[in-house]
Design a protein around this ligand. Structure first.
Ligand code: IMP
Ligand code: MG
Length: 183
C-alpha cells in the first residue's frame, strides 16, 4: 500500500491494515445513492435528511449534495460504542432533531450498521414523531444478524473488520481520512 505524503501526514504514524474503499469508489457510490434517493421522492414530500452524529457527518455532507430535490438537514446524537471496538448495546440519545418530522419524508443517515442495535433503539423514537415515511440510508452494512430494520439504501457491504475513515472513528481518530480503511 503506497500512501501519498498528505495521507501519511493524516495518519501521523498510526497504522492502518488496508484501504477497503478508495475515495474514488466512495464518491462514485455516493453519487449513485443520491440519484436513487432523488428518484424516490417528490418536492412536496419535504424531504428531511437526519444524520446520526458523529459518524455520518462526512457521508451526509456528500450525499445531500447529490440529491436533486429540496432537502432539509438535521442531526441526531446518539452514543453506543464509547472507546471500544465492540458495541455495548447501550444507546444513549444525547440530542434529538428539533425539526418537526410530522408528515415529512425522513431519511436517517448512518455511517455503518453493525448489530443493528442503534437502529432498533432510534427508529421507534423517530417513528413516534409521525413522519409520513421513515427510511434508512447507511454507507456501510456489516449484516451480522437478522435485519428486521434492514436499511433501504446501503452504500457498501462491509467486511467484518473494524473500519475507519470517511467519518468513522476509532476513539475519535481517523474520521478525516477521505477513504475507508480497516485497522
Ligand atoms: P450497531 O448498533 O451495532 O449497529 O453499531 C452501529 C454503530 O457502531 C455505528 O453508528 C458506528 O458508530 C459504530 N460502528 C460499528 N462498526 C464500526 C466500525 O467498523 N468502525 C467504526 N464504527 C463502527
Ligand atoms: Mg462511532
Amino acid at each position: 500500500m503506497t500512501l501519498t505524503p498528505q495521507e501519511e501526514a493524516q495518519l501521523g504514524g498510526r497504522e492502518i491494515r488496508r484501504v477497503v474503499f478508495t475515495a474514488e469508489e466512495v464518491d462514485a457510490r455516493v453519487r449513485e445513492l443520491g440519484r436513487e434517493i432523488t428518484e424516490c421522492y417528490r418536492p412536496e414530500d419535504r424531504l428531511l435528511v437526519v444524520g446520526l452524529l458523529k459518524g455520518s457527518f462526512v457521508f451526509l455532507a456528500d450525499l445531500v449534495r447529490r440529491i436533486a430535490l429540496p432537502v432539509h438537514v438535521d442531526f441526531l446524537v446518539a452514543s453506543s460504542y464509547g472507546k471500544g471496538k465492540v458495541s455495548t448495546g447501550d444507546v444513549r440519545l444525547l440530542y434529538d432533531p428539533e425539526s418537526s418530522l410530522s408528515g415529512r419524508a425522513v431519511v436517517l443517515v448512518e455511517d455503518i450498521v453493525d448489530s443493528g442495535t442503534t437502529l432498533r433503539k432510534l427508529l421507534p423514537r423517530l417513528q413516534a414523531r409521525d413522519p409520513a415515511s421513515l427510511e434508512v440510508c447507511t454507507l456501510l452494512h456489516k449484516r451480522t444478524d437478522g435485519d428486521e430494520h434492514s436499511p433501504r439504501w446501503v452504500g457498501f457491504d462491509a467486511p467484518n473488520e473494524f473500519l475507519v475513515g470517511y467519518g468513522l472513528d476509532h476513539a475519535e481518530d481517523f474520521r478525516h481520512l477521505p477513504y475507508i480503511a480497516s485497522l
